[in-house]
Ligand binder design. Sequence first.
Ligand code: KIV
Length: 296
Amino acid sequence: MATKMTAPKVLAAKGGEKLRMVTAYDYPTAQIADRAGADIILVGDSLANVVLGYDDTLSVTIDVMVHHTAAVARAKPRALIVGDMPWLSFHVTVPEAVRNAGRLIKEGGAEAIKLEGGRKRLPVIRALRDAEIPVMGHLGLTPQSVHAMGGYRVQGKRAHAAYELLSDAHALADAGVFAIVLEGVPDVVAAKVTEEVPVPTIGIGAGRSCDGQVLVFHDVVGLGGGEYLPKFVRRYGALQDEAVAALEAFFADVRSGDFPGEEETYHMPEESARVFRELTEAPAGDDLLADEAMER
Ligand code: KIV
């Protein structure tokens, strides 16, 4: 049996075999991700869009993240469990950020946390490291900055912005993150960060040079209901279609009376069924039942 993944093992995987990361938001998706061989399970704040139906990730709270992280942790995966810090859970004060991250670990069972942002997050990252909490960074297209970015746009397309992103990655690595997610950045920028920074990069829409790749579970297996799929997603399944087909077959059997069949039905012992029939058919049945009730 494969041994448990830890933050130090992820860090040590830099430049080795590609890291496999996927989101999961509950017990069954965590079990599936783990059986498939994930190295890292991210309880992403993307659960806001993917599972809870919000338009963006901004509405999800630390309470909700703790709730879902705990469901994932109950699957006891081999994969490292990373809990995502939602918007405003680490932006107000450093002590509040540490307390919120601590909740993901203590109540949610996360083994590391992820937070979005570059150099301005350094005080928080240092405080989390002081509290012995492994931190994963997240640079590039950071969905919590949707309004500041003016939409979901690829980041680091211009030379200056790319240089800033590279500097952010160095700063995060110096502050002690064990890995960095690079989302929505040009491949050459991700390749440069991966080459220079001594911690694994995990790409999503960042080309193939990264030390690992991550996608959203529902996108990979085709469980999402949305029409829009980002360019960087590759679908490997069509579970929503399969689920609809299964339910249609169930509903058809309900209408036709074919469900439930003999094998899906509980039966009384024959003798009890006979007495029950007599009780309900005999004119004195009501009295018999009343007598029985009095005796009890
Ligand atoms: O919340 C999330 O799912 C993420 C990944 C896309 C990296 O942050």
